[in-house]
Design a binder for this molecule. Structure first.
Ligand code: NDP
Length: 331
């Protein structure tokens, strides 16, 4: 039999295990032109929370009673498609099932020789590419500038900070535990770090950690931390709105200070994006990230959870900051 995870209910506030349902189905058989895939590594990501709402977005919402999906590395265990061989590993948006068939559309083969397979869900996958392209297309950090990164110990933030160091910036990170604060400075070379959970005045803490002001703010969290960062931006600063995890579980429309006069007075560019805006740049971005890894300029952390049955909990744990680096489930 084949285990499958369905969306049982649309979460109200923070997701909980009761929003998910485990079910079983017959193990599928590939038809002509199809491959049979065995799930190996599952990426759980904050943006999946947005897909659990019944709202129009850049990607369709999940349907209640249907399987969830996310980025998955799977092994081809049977092939009736000439483009794939048994033993290939592929990466793509796949369902939370132990086994599934595919006609191969939207799947990319991954090179297990170049990097560990899990890396294709993190530093060499969508999160690493998001950090790279968010900075390359919007933040444009220059040597000598100050880059501030929130969610700095997470999958995207830890890569964004290291790219800032490669570009010659002073890099300051914001994260939610002392262990993360130490780790991003020791392992990733951040110049300073702020624990937002123990700091009662973020505006002042950012001003102290960034004595020359902030030129680029790479924002993964939104909300009050964004408000505090905006108050510290330099003239011609750039704000990269990558994510807003502090708002994802809100049940009411969030409110906050008006930003327009701050943006006008300081000629600040503030731009949101989804990494899919830049699909044609994924290949070069991944290549550059892999080169930096080979040159020991870029490293990464992973929090690896074992067991298909733990996928929902691993996803929920993102909202409690239980991951360092990329959260991945090994099946
Ligand atoms: P992370 O690996 O950063 O994991 C989430 C982290 O967010 C947690 O570990 C936690 O760390 C922090 N967090 C959770 N709740 C809050 C909160 N209320 N306030 C502040 N921090 C919080 O996830 P990713 O790197 O995968 O994603 C980071 C962000 O980037 C997300 O917002 C995501 O949606 C976005 N994203 C955007 C993409 C795009 O195309 N624009 C693509 C990929 C991701 P801590 O202990 O520090 O609180």
């Amino acid at each position: 039999m084949n285990q499958v995870i369905l969306l049982k209910d649309r979460p109200k506030g923070k997701p909980s295990l009761k929003d998910f349902e485990f079910t079983e189905e017959e193990k599928p058989q590939p038809k002509d032109g199809e491959i049979l895939l065995k799930t190996k590594y599952v990426s759980v990501d904050p943006y999946l929370r947005g897909r659990m709402r019944n709202e129009k977005s850049y990607i369709p919402p999940f349907e209640v009673g249907k399987p969830l999906e996310s980025g998955i590395i799977a092994e081809v265990i049977e092939s009736k498609n000439k483009n794939f061989e048994k033993g290939d590993f592929v990466n793509g948006m796949l369902q939370w099932k132990q086994f599934q068939t595919s006609n191969g559309n939207g799947l990319n083969k991954v090179d297990a020789e170049r990097a560990p397979l899990k890396a294709y869900l993190g530093v060499l996958g969508l999160t690493g590419i998001t950090a790279y392209l968010g900075l390359d297309k919007i933040g444009k950090p220059q040597k000598g500038e100050t880059l501030l990164v929130s969610g700095a110990a997470g999958a995207v933030g830890s890569v964004a900070g290291q790219i800032g160091k490669i570009k010659g910036c002073r890099v300051v990170g914001i994260a939610g535990t002392e262990e993360k604060i130490d780790r991003i400075q020791e392992k990733f070379g951040f110049d300073a770090a702020i624990n937002y959970k123990t700091t009662n005045n973020m505006k002042k803490a950012i001003a102290e950690a960034c004595p020359d002001g902030v030129d680029v703010y790479f924002d993964n969290v939104g909300g009050e931390i964004l408000d505090a960062a905006l108050a510290n931006m330099n003239k011609y600063g750039r704000v990269v709105n990558c994510g807003a995890i502090s708002l994802y579980n809100k049940t009411e429309t969030p409110t906050g200070p008006r930003v327009e006069t701050t943006l006008i007075k300081n000629s600040i560019l503030m731009q949101g994006f989804t990494v899919r805006d830049f699909v044609k740049d994924f290949g070069p971005a991944q290549n550059q990230l892999a080169k930096w890894m080979e040159q020991d300029k870029l490293s990464y952390l992973e929090t690896v959870v074992e067991g298909f049955e733990n996928i929902p909990q691993a996803f929920i744990d993102l909202f409690d900051g239980k991951n360092k680096g990329k959260m991945i489930v090994v099946v």
